[in-house]
Design a protein around this ligand. Structure first.
Ligand code: TGC
Ligand code: FAD
Length: 398
């Protein structure tokens, strides 16, 4: 399915109010412009149609692989991009400027599937899976959330038993991005002692199914589903040997949440850019609506928040590169980015008046998408509590 939006020209220009390009290297700018060109060619002309029809464009997986969207920080020798965290952030920003669901596909593959295999996997696992995931030949998914355990993953019920020559896996995961089309799943499950481990489960293993979740009003161009394990025999060599305990999946989430902080600001930039253009073109009371102070206030506040978030993300990227970023710092940026983006999407929608509710403009789609982004990878309130725990030393989760 490739219904191009008629007469659609994507004229997006990113705001740079504080000359933040001065903080980027020539390589960063090149990576950003090639990803922006890719999004303008492969995503924005089609995205409204995909979202309207609740269609996941499977062909995008290979294209993402070709353009280097998967595993940007994973070393080149394992099929990643060998890039720094600023590059990774810029890639997520550009993709989510197109659509949060498309960014979901890329960040799950890179941060939640390739990263754990790279960081916790055996050499054989890295060689077997990473090049195929990096190139987009295979699609992966990450199974942590369960029907009874979302914010509280440590309570998970999915479990495996050691049967001598294999593990026997039982349980279910839900709300899993990419699952209906995934070739491999990194699944978090408890062993007989109740310790959490990562297992690589492949499509085709007997007893493993991935039913799709229907009826979403958000992330409609991304596919979401369950992972159901009914006496699945998982070969012993598929257990990730490098790390166990809740810290193992949480370490992956640190990387993915960082990508979301940048991605959400991409969606915010798209809404701001659309609102600025529309305000200059739309005439009411014989003037462009951009000439009214109340409209200027909205635009000025949007640009202020985007600029603050760009600086926050850049500094966090530098700390990620130095290995110094803490979970609470990552939570701060994820939480801030999504809140800023949701507010900007709503204000930009208002500037477009009635036209803002149509698929002619991107705000409603971004707004609906962001309602998932504010919930997944840790809800807005959970991130606040992570920060609260760091400030006070008192975890308030339980
Ligand atoms: P708590 O007692 O705090 O910690 C238990 C153990 O885990 C360790 N840990 C971490 N380690 C490394 N990095 C982190 N970020 C870590 N966070 C925790 C911790 O040190 C401890 O280790 P140890 O050795 O002492 O046992 O755990 P808790 O049970 O109280 O829960 C804490 C809480 C609520 C903050 C945490 O579990 C949480 O963040 N909940 C939110 C769940 C979540 O984010 N789920 C995301 C699912 S994946 C997803 O949404 C993908 S969407 C992707 C897309 O489509 O883009
Ligand atoms: P709950 O944990 O039930 O929370 C409900 C409400 O209670 C929230 O407002 C929450 O903030 C609040 N709450 C919970 N605990 C506390 C507390 N201690 N203090 C205060 N308030 C609290 N998961 C994966 O593993 N892999 C994926 O690929 C994935 N993709 C997703 C894609 C989509 C589209 C969506 C919507 C979700 C996805 N998720 C995925 C799951 C996501 O991470 C969870 O939805 C999220 O962690 C919240 O869990 P929950 O939905 O069970 O909400």
């Amino acid at each position: 399915m490739s219904e191009e939006k008629r007469n659609f020209v994507d004229e997006f220009e990113s705001p740079d109010h504080y000359q933040l390009d001065d903080l980027l290297t020539e390589e960063h700018k090149l990576i950003r412009s090639s990803m922006r060109d890719f999004v303008k060619k492969e995503i924005t002309p089609f995205i409204e149609g995909w979202a309207e029809k609740n269609h996941f464009p499977t062909e995008i997986v290979k294209k993402f692989g070709e353009v280097g969207a998967f595993g940007p920080t994973v070393p080149l020798e394992y099929g990643g991009g060998g890039l720094d965290y600023i590059s990774y952030g810029l890639i997520m920003q550009e993709i989510e400027r197109g659509d949060s669901g498309m960014r979901s596909t890329a960040s799950v593959q890179g941060s939640l599937v390739m990263y754990p295999i790279y960081a916790y996997g055996s050499e054989e696992q890295k060689k077997k899976y990473l090049p195929k995931l990096g190139s987009g030949e295979w699609l992966g998914c990450f199974g942590l959330t369960e029907p009874n355990h979302g914010s509280n993953p440590s309570g998970m019920e999915t479990h495996f038993e050691d049967k001598g020559d294999h593990y026997l896996l039982n349980g279910a995961k839900m709300w899993i991005s990419n699952s209906p089309h995934a070739d491999v799943a990194v699944v978090w499950a408890k062993n007989e002692e109740g310790r959490i481990h990562g297992l690589i489960v492949e499509r085709g293993m007997e007893g493993f199914t991935t039913p799709e979740t229907h009826g979403k009003w958000s992330l409609r161009a991304s596919c979401t589903g369950e992972l159901v394990f009914s006496d699945v025999k998982v070969p012993k060599e598929n257990l990730l040997p490098g790390k166990n305990g809740l810290g193992a999946p949480m370490g992956c989430l640190d990387k993915a949440r960082y990508g979301i902080a940048w991605g959400a600001i991409g969606a915010a930039m798209d809404c701001y850019d659309s609102a600025r253009r529309y305000a200059l073109e739309r005439i009411q009371f014989d003037k462009p609506i951009a000439s009214f102070q109340l409209v200027q206030k909205k635009l000025a506040e949007m640009l202020t928040e985007i600029t603050k978030a760009q600086l926050l993300n850049w500094k966090l990227g530098k700390m990620m590169d130095e290995g110094k970023a803490t979970t609470a710092q990552i939570s701060t940026a994820k939480r801030n980015g999504v809140e800023v983006a949701l507010n900007i999407a709503r204000e930009a929608r208002q500037i477009h008046g009635g036209m803002g509710i149509t698929g002619e403009y991107p705000m409603m789609r971004h707004m609906m998408n962001l309602e998932s982004v504010v919930t997944y990878e840790g809800t807005h309130d959970i991130h606040l509590l992570i920060l609260g725990a760091e400030i006070t030393g008192i975890p308030a989760f339980k």
